[in-house]
Design a binder for this molecule. Structure first.
Ligand code: URP
Ligand code: ZN
Ligand code: ZN
Length: 503
């Protein structure tokens, strides 16, 4: 353990907590100076401010690498969550940094898709970075815009293999993979088979089956497994590292495990909804099932323990929120008004939208960590180091923020969550800080809650009150890092991605 620094006083000392890192837990004091961790040890000198953390668990601040904040749609909608409200919710739930998405719409260069989006993010109270969504990989986008974005620290791309306005063909996906290879960026993939889903939707509608539960019937595990297999196989062909987003079922996780066993650089993410909710939530009466519509869809109840097992065996190494800002009263019940409907829907006699028109996604940026702490740590499914790896350390490693975020070590940003591990709460939407009118976990009892949240050395949340001001978050530019290096294995030794595209 490094010795305490004695050159000048600390700004803040967190004293006597049980510190949890990705590797171990130990009791210690933690001292902060100039927004960074300055020392960890016993009996550290006093700080200008002191926090007594005896009986509390101290983890790195959460890093949520997958959330949709204030994201505009081509139809003119905006997800109902501003950077100010979304980041307040993030901090209140122990997440001190997040990575959200800059959209691209087909037919538009990136620069003209959502002008001003990056500027709006400056209202964030938490630190933030961006993934760039690619829906239209023209030569202009791949050869000019993406290199410029990567140079500015936007070092990850998201692609969709489904959704009508967003999906890429296999050929386009290969071009994105090859571009990322050349630039040293990570590619994240939404894996579902577009044509299979469309075929199932048409049949369900023709049979008059339009309830929210049929959202899951339209996209069963096999459509996710097939696309996961394809996404990995094509990434293997290019020798480009990828992450599979929001894995909902064991069949898809199995594809990741098999690829990793043969040395492919592929990682898997899941979300609290796949660990705690199920098709029973989609089947709730009075259209309440719409509150649980997300893609990939929720699975049968038994699937949840299989996803926990895939966390235990290391196949899935990140739990993100996939937070989406769609309220029940507005976007979920009246997609036309939100500009975020899926289109092509049948009208239902009760006036509610058919399952295929309900905007996909659930809100969860504030509840991600408390749910995982309670369902994971408090219930004994995972230990504290695993909790740290799933909620911050692995995301920092995967997205180029290692050493800065997701760790308790001298020199790292002083982002901390002080947990009261015995606090008993019921999740109530009225007490959450997001701008959405519901939570899918309403009434759920949880054990463990963030008592204090510190972001870059400042107390950002105390006793549930968010103190961090809008605009106090910082943009996280991400530079080159070793994890995205290719393996060097390509078929026949011919590296097609290394051949520059012909103009
Ligand atoms: O249903 C979901 N997950 N909506 C958000 C968009 C995405 O696919 O990540
Ligand atoms: Zn997705
Ligand atoms: Zn998402």
């Amino acid at each position: 353990m490094p010795p305490a620094s004695h050159d000048r006083d600390f700004d803040l000392v967190v004293r006597g907590g049980l510190l949890a890192t990705a590797a171990e837990t130990f009791e210690a004091d933690l001292a902060i100076r100039d927004g960074r961790i300055a020392a960890i040890g016993r009996a550290l000198r006093p700080g200008a401010e002191e926090i007594d953390a005896k009986g509390l668990v101290v983890t790195p601040g959460g890093l949520d690498p997958h959330c949709h904040i204030e994201e505009p749609s081509e139809a003119g909608g905006v997800q109902e969550e501003s950077f100010a409200s979304g980041s307040a919710a993030a901090l209140a739930g122990g997440t001190t940094s997040f990575i959200c998405f800059v959209p691209q719409w087909k037919g538009h260069p990136i620069a003209r898709t959502a002008p001003g989006y990056e500027a709006r993010a400056r209202a964030s109270r938490a630190d933030y970075g961006f993934h760039q969504i690619i829906t239209d990989p023209t030569p202009e986008v791949l050869e000019r815009e993406v290199p410029a974005l990567v140079a500015r620290g936007i070092r990850s791309l998201k692609v969709f293999l489904t959704y009508d306005p967003l999906r890429l063909t296999d050929g386009q996906y290969l071009e994105v993979l090859a571009t990322a290879r050349r630039l040293g960026a990570l590619v994240t993939v939404h894996c579902e088979n577009f044509d299979a889903i469309g075929w199932r939707i048409r049949a369900l509608l023709a049979a008059g089956l339009t309830d929210p539960l049929q959202h899951a019937w339209a996209r069963p595990p096999v459509v996710e497994r097939e696309a996961t297999h394809r996404a990995i196989a094509l990434a293997e062909l290019v020798d480009q590292p990828i992450q599979i987003f929001h894995v909902s079922c064991d069949e898809a996780a199995e594809e990741i495990a098999r690829a990793r066993a043969r040395g492919v650089k592929v990682w898997g993410e899941t979300c609290p909804q796949y660990l705690t909710l199920s098709t029973e939530d989609l089947a709730r009466p009075d259209f309440e099932g719409a509150k649980a519509v997300c893609s990939p869809a929720l699975r049968a109840p038994a699937e949840r323990e299989r996803i926990w097992a895939r966390i235990a065996d290391g196949t899935l190494d990140i739990v993100s929120s996939d937070h989406c800002g769609f309220s029940f009263a507005t976007a979920k019940r009246d997609p036309g008004s939100s500009g975020y409907g899926q289109g092509g829907a049948e009208a239902r006699p009760d006036g509610m939208p058919a399952f295929n028109a309900i905007p996909n996604g659930v809100p969860g940026i504030e509840t991600r960590l408390p749910l995982l702490f309670s369902e994971g740590v408090s219930k004994g499914r995972i230990d504290l180091p695993t909790f740290v790896r799933l909620t911050s350390a692995n995301a920092a490693r995967l997205f180029g923020l290692a050493g800065r975020k997701g760790t308790l070590a001298p020199g790292a940003d002083a982002d901390l969550v002080l947990w009261d591990p015995s606090a008993e709460r019921r999740i109530r939407n009225a007490a959450l800080h997001h701008a959405i009118d519901y939570t899918p976990w309403e009434g759920l009892a949880v054990t463990g809650w963030p008592a204090t949240v510190i972001r870059r050395g400042e107390v950002a949340v105390r006793d549930g009150a968010v103190l961090a001001e809008p605009g106090s978050g910082r943009f996280l530019a991400r530079g080159p890092y070793p994890l995205v290096r290719p393996t060097g294995r390509v078929p026949d030794g011919f590296d097609a991605a290394a051949v520059p595209p012909r103009s």
